[in-house]
Design a protein around this ligand. Structure first.
Ligand SMILES: [Cu+2]
Length: 522
């Protein structure tokens, strides 16, 4: 028996109590099976997992740069039962990459070995509420929480990260996060590049001191104001938890899964060779044949968003190099308060590092003979959306270093509070408007994320996106969407799992500053 399995699993009294209170809310008609609270303690149950994984959050050290190792927080994992290739090491400080097949039943035994509360959320995954990592489910140090869900999402690129309110930004920044891939047999017939021609790039920015320690929100007052307003922006790019990433590629088409796991940075991703980006997928999987592949000069990727790109390296010389870069950009923001608010251009000169030109990764093309490929033909039509029966609206604002949704904040004393207009009916389509133009306070860009659903973006006025408009995709299935300053954006949401879920800004410094609310699906 190894070190992992010998350790005793502690039951979570808090998790059980909360689970019991949530249980009546998981009713019939749910695509997911109800869970019993006992299972939080890892006891026997009727749920028979195809895959069982142990996941631990703990302190560690990572060799990222020359010199001293960087103290990090990290997820470590192990397959206890089922396919061993459902988990593979990320290579850096990030948690293992989880690789599931649609339809599989998954049990994840999570243990908190940090010295503060935490809980894990499976970003983009549609799971029962008890498995969603709601902040009220946060467990104390030494406690464990067992997640059980069937993988019902479309094949796509998802991720996981902590979600304890007020500490999410800190924990993610220090290394807690990982990729989660969902595959489906049907995807194979499309003939996309696979195996060694498929690459996963988890993109993060960090600041570090002379001793290679990550620097979170600055203590210095001016910088601290900037950090809390813009979110943490780092000047060093890490890919898959490593610095100076060079990826060797064959001279043929490759498939790239790009994940923005940065706390606050938005990237304007482009190829250094000036060729367009061919987008084949978004947050929730591949685009339909009617929507993609989509050719754009660059891709705007906000915090927590993912994009899949097809790239033909056969047109490059053997031994040459092409870079994935983030081009310089500026964004409009509404600065100043009350009647004095005016739209200002924020960029590398005045945005605390916002919009800086950065190199993300270098692709080194190998010496093989070139094998050109054709753009893949994606199957299917754009899904026909049901007629929406209701409209709801949320205003976004930021003032006094705090974020607001409809003028309200996350309530730590009542973490299950839901307003009447935050109640959605199961399987009912609603049009949800996010208005980032009218509320008092500063107007900032906010990446808005809804738990428990994949949604469709209907329209936006595009205010504030400034020179980024050509790379804002607004297509396919999404769980996170950039709402720019001055923007009014409409999405269509059709929840398929009942329960209590959160929606929030995924600029993690904004989220921790209260920019999160519940919605309930009944
Ligand atoms: Cu925000």
């Amino acid at each position: 028996m190894n070190m992992w399995t010998r350790r005793k699993w502690m039951g979570s009294a808090m998790g059980s109590a909360v689970g019991a209170s949530l249980l009546p809310l998981i009713g019939a008609g749910c695509k997911q099976e109800p869970e019993s609270p006992e299972k939080k303690q890892g006891g026997a149950s009727g749920f028979r997992p195809d895959i069982e994984i142990k996941l631990v959050a703990e302190r560690g050290e990572a060799a990222i740069w020359n010199g001293k190792k960087t103290p990090v927080l990290q997820f470590r994992g192990e397959v206890l039962h089922g396919r061993k290739d459902a988990l593979r090491e990320s290579g850096g400080y990030l948690g293992p990459t989880l690789d599931f097949v649609r339809g599989e039943r998954v049990r994840i035994r999570f243990e908190n070995k940090l010295d503060e509360p935490t809980i894990v959320h499976w970003h983009g995954m549609i799971v029962p509420e008890a498995a969603d990592g709601h902040p009220q489910l946060a467990i104390k140090p030494g406690e464990s929480y067992t997640y059980e869900f069937k993988v019902i999402n479309r094949a796509g690129t998802y991720w996981y990260h902590p979600h304890p309110h007020g500490r999410t930004g800190f924990q993610v920044y220090h290394g807690l996060g990982g990729a989660l891939i969902v595959r489906a047999p049907a995807e194979k017939s499309i003939g996309l590049p696979a195996g060694a021609d498929e690459h996963l790039l988890v993109i993060q920015d960090r600041r570090a001191d002379d001793e290679n320690r990550f620097q979170y929100v600055a203590k210095m007052s001016n910088r601290m104001m900037m950090d809390r307003m813009m979110g943490i922006l780092g000047d060093r790019v890490l890919v898959n938890g490593q610095a100076y990433k060079t990826i060797k590629v064959a001279r043929r088409p490759n498939r790239l899964r790009l994940l923005n796991l940065s706390n606050a940075r938005l990237y304007k991703l482009a190829w250094s060779d000036g060729l367009p980006m061919h987008v084949i997928g978004t947050d929730g999987g591949l685009l339909s044949g009617e929507e993609g592949p989509r050719k754009v000069p660059f891709v705007v990727l906000g915090p927590a968003e993912r994009v899949e790109v097809w790239k033909d390296f056969s047109t490059h010389k053997a031994g040459s190099e092409v870079k994935l870069i983030s081009e310089e950009y500026s964004l409009l923001m509404g600065m100043g308060m009350g009647g004095n608010r005016r739209m200002m251009k924020m960029g590398p000169d005045n945005g605390g590092g916002l919009g800086e030109k950065l190199t993300i990764a270098k692709f080194q093309i190998n010496d093989d003979a070139a094998t050109p490929g054709e753009l893949p033909k994606l199957p299917g039509q754009k899904p026909k959306l049901a007629k929406a029966t209701r409209e709801i609206k949320t205003t976004l604002s930021f003032r006094m270093m705090r974020g607001f949704l409809n003028g309200k904040q996350w309530d730590m004393k009542d973490m299950t509070h839901v307003d009447p207009d935050e109640t959605l009916k199961l399987n009912e389509s609603v049009i949800w408007t996010f208005d980032n133009s009218s509320a008092p306070g500063m107007l900032m860009p906010h990446p808005i994320h809804l738990h428990g659903v994949q949604f469709r973006i209907l329209e936006r006025n595009g205010g504030g996106a400034d020179d980024l408009v050509k790379g804002v995709l607004d297509t396919g299935d999404n769980d996170t969407v950039m709402v720019f300053a001055g923007d009014v954006l409409k999405i269509q949401v059709t929840p398929t799992v009942p329960g209590l879920f959160v929606y929030h800004c995924h600029n993690l410094e904004h989220e921790d500053a209260g920019m999160m609310r519940n919605f309930r699906v009944t």
